[in-house]
Design a protein around this ligand. Structure first.
Ligand code: ATP
Ligand code: MG
Length: 446
């Protein structure tokens, strides 16, 4: 596990820690007296676990701000027993601390708690790192269209013929290309991705094909092109419709002869690389309008493959949302547990014009913005969903608005009745009456 570092915020300084907490021998301790010093220490060094003694030199509001800014560290507190009689401190402890003790503290128990919190934090961090590394390129989903796509990928991976992938923006064309490569006999070779639309027209020829020394002013050294660098692997030509027409002929030659010429060169260089191209525009249309060479189109589209838009994979929405939640879980606050039912409903009701990329962006944004234990439709920016045409008159709309506000507030507070009642400005009794009126369950989710 490496060094176990512990940041300890003690308004009474190091002497108070040693006198009141007993020996903290297993720890590489950094003791600071104020929240400002703690913030500085956290800026310089990552601490998985932190120990807060008493009020850490601040009031509850200052500590709330501090903990929100430093949620990646897992905190344990030691307080005077009476402090927990105060609602603000109780909320602070329940929102931000993994555990707390009261004075006088048993050093053995405190060490045990700190070890437990540190161990769990380390485990979570490692599994988050592992999950994002393992799943960064994997095609996630079990909807019928993704199962079909996966089967198609397995079949064509072993064949060396060019593949043309069509799909809307953000639908997963590059992920599909990578899967083909990873399951092909060239998997040990490089996967070189080139976005033909993102490269300036003046550079694209030398980037793709390289150049010989002295080919043009400034070409002091020879340069290998991207196609050559994909030798033994796969070359992925994204947004192929953007490839300038004069270069389409060079690419056609490479597809026919499996050799290239560098700019300014006369020797043909053999390159053994599989070509996968992708486009979000209909290439047949581009051919019909004279923007894309017909012969190149037929060469590239030996195996055509369609990546379905996300709206046609509704069965995958929850799986994908949860997949991205765990992939980016090291960016979230520790109290955030997952999606509220309303958020999942909003996800399922949205049309996803930006496809998987839009889902990733909304989930990541919600993970940062969410203030409660569960992500709400508001955090996802999908709160307009469900506000369709009014069907049942004013009373029905009023009741449904009341229900929505209560549900949103419950999500935000992690279904805490006292906090919800306080936030809504009603008594607990009124809240219970409204919960029963709207048949809202209060069992904690996640
Ligand atoms: N089925 C999937 N499972 C997991 N992640 C996915 C899936 N599909 C797409 N992604 C992720 O969504 C993002 C967009 O995917 P990708 O870049 O492959 O789409 P694209 O169609 O090439 O997009 P663009 O048209 O913008 O180039 C990437 O971060 C990718 O990892
Ligand atoms: Mg792409």
């Amino acid at each position: 596990m490496g060094i176990k570092r512990l940041l300890c915020i003690s308004p009474g300084g190091a002497a108070a820690v040693h006198a009141r907490c007993g020996p903290l021998r297993d720890w590489d301790l950094c003791i600071v007296g104020t929240l400002a010093d703690a913030a500085r220490a956290l800026h310089q060094q990552r601490y998985l676990a932190g120990l807060l003694l008493d009020n850490g030199g601040g009031n509850a509001a200052a500590l709330d701000v501090f903990f929100r800014a430093h949620w990646r560290t897992r905190w344990v507190g030691v307080f005077e027993a009476g402090l927990m009689d105060n609602a603000c401190w109780r909320d602070l402890a329940s929102d931000h601390l993994c555990d707390f003790h009261t004075w006088p503290v048993d050093p053995v128990l405190l060490n045990h708690t700190l070890g437990h919190v540190h161990g769990l934090a380390d485990l979570r961090e490692r599994s988050a790192r592992g999950a994002s590394a393992d799943s960064a390129h994997a095609l996630t989903g079990d909807s019928p269209s993704v199962v079909r796509l996966r089967a198609q990928i397995r079949r064509i991976a072993s064949v060396g013929a060019p593949v043309l992938i069509w799909g809307e923006s953000g639908s997963g064309k590059e992920v599909t290309a990578r899967e083909i490569h990873d399951h092909s006999p060239m998997a040990a070779g490089p996967f070189v991705a080139i976005n033909c639309g993102a490269m300036p027209a003046s550079l694209i020829q030398t980037e793709l094909f390289g150049h010989e020394r002295g080919a043009f002013t400034g070409a002091a050294k020879e340069k290998q092109g991207l196609i050559e660098s994909a030798n033994g692997g796969t070359i992925f030509l994204d947004e192929i419709a953007d490839l300038p027409k004069e270069l389409q002929v060079n690419l056609l030659r490479f597809l026919q002869e499996k050799t290239i010429y560098r700019v300014g060169g006369t020797r043909s260089i053999p390159v053994d690389a599989r070509v996968i191209a992708a486009s979000h525009v209909d290439l047949q249309d581009a051919v019909a309008h004279g923007a894309f060479r017909e012969d190149l189109y037929y060469r590239l589209s030996v195996i055509p493959i369609n990546v379905p838009p996300l709206r046609e994979r509704a069965d995958d929405l929850t799986t994908l949302a949860e997949h991205f939640f765990s992939q980016y879980c090291n960016e979230k606050s520790p109290q955030l547990k997952g999606f509220s039912n309303r958020a999942l409903h909003a996800i399922r009701s949205h049309d996803w014009p930006g496809n998987v990329r839009e889902l990733i962006n909304r989930v990541r944004r919600a993970m940062v913005l969410a203030e409660g234990e569960l992500i709400t439709p508001e955090d996802l920016g999908l709160n307009h969903i469900g506000l369709g045409p009014v069907t049942g008159g004013l009373d029905t709309s009023r009741a449904s608005a009341e229900r929505n506000v209560i549900c949103a507030c419950l999500d935000r507070t992690g279904r805490n009745i006292s906090k919800t009642a306080r936030e809504l400005g009603i008594s607990r009794a009124t809240l219970y009456r409204l919960l029963s009126k709207h048949s809202i369950g209060v069992r904690a989710a996640g």
